[in-house]
Write a protein that binds this ligand. Sequence first.
Ligand code: ZN
Length: 335
Amino acid sequence: MRYDDSPPPPESGSSANPDRHWFTRRSTLVVGIAALAPACLAGWVLTQALSGTGPDSGRSGPAAQPASHSSLAPGQRDAKPGSTPSTSPTTSPTGSPSTTAAAPVPAPAKGPLAGKTVVVDPGHNTGNFKHTDEIDQQVDIGTNRKECDTTGTTTNSGYMEAEFTMDVSKRLRTALEAQGAKVVLTHETGARPWGPCITERARIGNEANADAVVSVHADGVSAGSRGFHVILPAKVKSGAADTAKIVGPSRELGERIAGNFARTTGSAPANYLGGGTGLVVRDDLGGLNLSTRPKVFIECGNMRDAKDAAQLTSPEWRQKAAQGIADGIVGFLGG
Ligand code: ZN
């Protein structure tokens, strides 16, 4: 697989203001949510109680590190269950706290991914459109300097790539956790106004010692270009970038994901690059160049093609997409 010197116009920073569409979508959502609210309330409360999703630990400043391009977010969170219900510690007569309430011990994870850590990187951030100065900061990706982050694309009707990537990433997290994995998202909805920078996204996977990292995207190329592709790291060594150790395992991870994604979604490999394999090698993505863990990007479809967009905007299809990616990871790690 050769890689493209002219990186797909992915993440083209469309300047179209997505807010209007946001509104339309939200009104529809509100109606739906109102109908579902009673049924979901109990479950929601339970979920909240179990998963104290802490505020972003706020790693800061983008420019702080060597960079990479595209996505890998910082947001670190993963405040999993363990957050104990606050049973106010009682105080003994002597004033020393006595621990009478035993902290609930989380059940050990079971499943084929028990003991494994997977970092999932939702590409872009819905706030990037309003923070172009910040995301345009240049960061060092070892081989080059690139923008800290990009806006991502949208469908012609305004559904943002960043909404898509976050939705699929959350579904993917659920699927992986069901298999016993510890899952870290590089950022969470609304946890930060923009970014993280691609350098930070890469760093999160590295610092988590992730067994696998997947960055979720959708492409934005001309209508008629259809299908998915998985982007694999090229062998690069320059500055902070050294992918020698991850090229092999990342390819295996990518092949597993591509095969399972095609199976669960019924989508075909991209018809506009990759020679029909659904696999593309690139050396210009900071998120890959700076990774020290097996990592791939997946471009799930072309948001600018009406047929692909019809799939990308379907929650049912997104669930299949997440399942395919999860199955690929299980095959890579557990298989
Ligand atoms: Zn993207």
